[in-house]
Design a protein around this ligand. Structure first.
Ligand code: MG
Length: 158
């Protein structure tokens, strides 16, 4: 039995916040705004995993009205989602994430991002793809008003 899921998320880029993507802190003059650490890529990945098993979305599991999640490291959310998937009897086939950001340049961080995610969900790094693209200065990502991320995952019955 195989199940597919997709996720999408956006966070606003602002001054005075840290930039976290795929569990890595990236040095940059702007950061993403959100109730948690606003790691847009992890949020898209969590939504893809939840979606694959029709378990709702990240907002249902970790409401942003709950002070427990204020400033939380999104790796902890991913870990919780992963435990839920595991409990339901599934394991990851593979995950493919695309981050849309005009800046900063993400290529130097891609391999550490993959490694980080693989550690959190206990899977070989070959199962995790992270890609980055600009949107050619078009739209909100192109104007650097925000960063968006897409994720697709395949889950396999254990
Ligand atoms: Mg989010």
């Amino acid at each position: 039995m195989i199940r597919i899921g997709q996720g999408y998320d956006v966070h606003r880029l602002v001054e005075g916040r840290e930039l976290w993507l795929c569990g890595e802190k990236i040095e940059f003059e702007l950061g993403l705004l959100g109730h948690s650490d606003a790691d847009v890529a992890i949020h898209a990945l969590c939504d893809a995993m939840l979606g694959a098993l029709a378990l709702g979305d990240i907002g249902k599991h970790f409401p942003d009205s709950d002070p427990a999640y204020k400033g939380i490291d999104s790796k902890k959310l991913l870990r919780e989602v992963w435990l839920l998937i595991d409990e339901k009897g599934y394991r990851l086939g593979n995950a493919d994430i695309t981050i849309c950001a005009e800046r900063p340049k993400l290529r130097p961080h891609i391999d550490t991002m993959r490694q980080r995610l693989a550690e959190v969900i206990n899977t070989p790094v070959d199962n995790i793809s992270v890609k980055a693209t600009t949107t050619e200065r078009l739209g909100f990502t192109g104007r650097m008003e925000g960063i968006s991320a897409y994720a697709v995952v395949l889950l396999l019955r254990k």
